[in-house]
Design a protein around this ligand. Sequence first.
Ligand code: E4P
Length: 216
Amino acid sequence: MKFFLDTANLDEIRKAAALGLADGVTTNPTLIAKEGDVDFKEHIAAICEIVSGPVSAEVSTAEKDEMLRQGREYVKIAPNVVIKCPLTADGLEATRILDQEGIKVNVTLCFSAAQAIMAAKAGASFISPFVGRLDDIGENGLLLVQDIVEIYRNYDWPTEVLAASMRHPIHVIEAARMGADIATIPFKVIDQLFNHPLTDKGQAQFLADWRKSGRS
Ligand code: E4P
């Protein structure tokens, strides 16, 4: 399973890249807004300088023609830019056209298997089921990932399943178990994935015993 960083923060992306955990990056308007008064295109370009894999730049409109305009503009930023379109009728129409033009699209805001089927049919390169947000309303977001993986495999559809809205390590582990192609992970969860109190305790003990034995 590939690891994408679910952040627009350059420091976090650099840190994850140093750990070999940034196969790509997903951004959205909320994540870009968190970075303050940055120029959108310049910021995406800066991310693309750190990460050579797919970097999602999301359109900021509900209207198909404007999605196409933005998509065609954003792909010029760097060769690894992927356009993120919402799972709406306009978004799917834009996805189809952009795909026909050879532009990769990550279809976002997916909350049902039916929507995921529509996105694959429209030519999405990636589908982003939002696991955490389904959990938030009392549904099981991971079951959606499982359904989509099963359906896409039935037909060998090339759309990659990008498990999104990951809130904790169990989401990541289960998405991997289910065969999701990618998980997009906030930096906080990356930290949670490798930190373990017994590792810290064991390491401190090993170093203390080494020093006690008179070695430097
Ligand atoms: C990524 O592509 C999504 O925009 C992101 O995972 C949404 O996560 P959230 O539900 O934590 O905002």
